[in-house]
Design a protein around this ligand. Structure first.
Ligand code: FES
Length: 139
């Protein structure tokens, strides 16, 4: 198997979720029961690579179903923009294309920004399809 930089491998060779060394993927995030922020590591995990553009650089990452976009980016140690992580401040606003998604909370974006400009709050965005998705903090 070839090494893929900037990609968090979320399965071990026996198919169980890998906790990795990133502090955002820790043992206190139960793989079966969703935490306060809706974490799920069990069930639907794919090897589909999604892409991120930030500060002119392109990266790839995996995005498990039920996980917020921001949590997926942070789990892969990617340089996402964020602050409150609760849908209030707008710092994690980005352009998301490649499939439908929904937000758990949104105190910032207008309906027009969401539907016509493909804007989401990465800290609240959950993918609804397989993708591959493209997220950009540069648009
Ligand atoms: S980090 Fe504040 S809205 Fe997402």
């Amino acid at each position: 198997m070839t090494e893929r930089p900037n990609v968090l491998v979320l399965k071990t060779s026996d198919g169980k979720p890998s906790e990795g060394s990133n502090p955002s993927v820790s043992a206190d995030r139960d793989p079966v029961h969703a935490g306060e922020r809706g974490f799920f590591y069990g069930g639907d995990m794919t090897d589909i690579l999604h892409t991120l553009t930030v500060d002119g650089e392109d990266y790839s990452f995996t995005w498990p179903a039920g996980m917020t976009l921001l949590d997926a980016l942070l789990a892969a140690d990617l340089p996402a923009h964020y602050s409150c992580m609760e849908g209030h401040c707008g710092t994690s606003q980005c352009t998301l294309t490649g499939g439908r998604s929904h937000m758990l909370r949104n105190d910032v974006l207008s309906r027009y920004e969401i539907e016509q400009e493909n804007q989401v709050l990465a800290c609240q965005a959950i993918r609804d399809e397989e993708g591959p998705y493209h997220c950009s903090f540069d648009d």
